[in-house]
Ligand binder design. Sequence first.
Ligand SMILES: C[S@@+](CC[C@H](N)C(=O)[O-])C[C@H]1O[C@@H](n2cnc3c(N)ncnc32)[C@H](O)[C@@H]1O
Length: 209
Amino acid sequence: MPGSPDAGRAAHWDDRYRSVGPTAASWFEEQPTTSLDLLAALDVRPLNSVIDVGGGASTLVDHLLAVGHTELAVLDVSAVALAAARHRIDDDPAVTWIQADVLTWNPPRRWDVWHDRAVLHFLVDDTDRQTYVTQLRRSLTPGGAFVIGAFAEDGPTECSALPVRRYSIDDLDDLLGDVDVLHRRRHLHRTPGGANQPFNWIAGRLRCA
Ligand SMILES: C[S@@+](CC[C@H](N)C(=O)[O-])C[C@H]1O[C@@H](n2cnc3c(N)ncnc32)[C@H](O)[C@@H]1O
């Protein structure tokens, strides 16, 4: 709806992708190495369904398609970002594109894996962070896996003209509550402009009831 917070966020991110371009954006990475390492560490296989939340124009789907994944989804508030990725992979039918705000989206199904690189840190309000956790839990199958990367405690204080909330490994450990965090990583992302951005990552699984 025009004028809603979702519409404002969508317009903001569409503008970022249009003005900077997907591959020059500070978050761009040709090889999503940490994501792929952590997915492998969790034993995620091509038969597992994966949703990349705030995936934008990330190349993660390209890499997952290359190893045989057939059930992928990319959710992002920016239609411009999704269109760029969709075009790049020639509209591969293995990928579902979801233009939505993660905070207000109504998940139509469950996935085996939730992946998020660099969306969580834009949620600076506690209520939004709680909503994020609720959305993750209602989007995952029982025992489902998660891989989450956010700016580290010594990372940038803002990004794309927006404030961010930074996360120590302990903060990320506490985020989801009653889950099994199985892997923790720090990674220094080198932006296309040559700056270093420290990220912290967690990967794990929901507990089966
Ligand atoms: C820093 S970029 C990271 C993109 C991608 N994950 C990557 O690693 O290349 C943040 C992405 O989150 C999206 N985004 C920001 N807030 C969002 C929200 N509330 N719901 C869904 N997507 C959002 C933006 O459009 C953008 O594509």
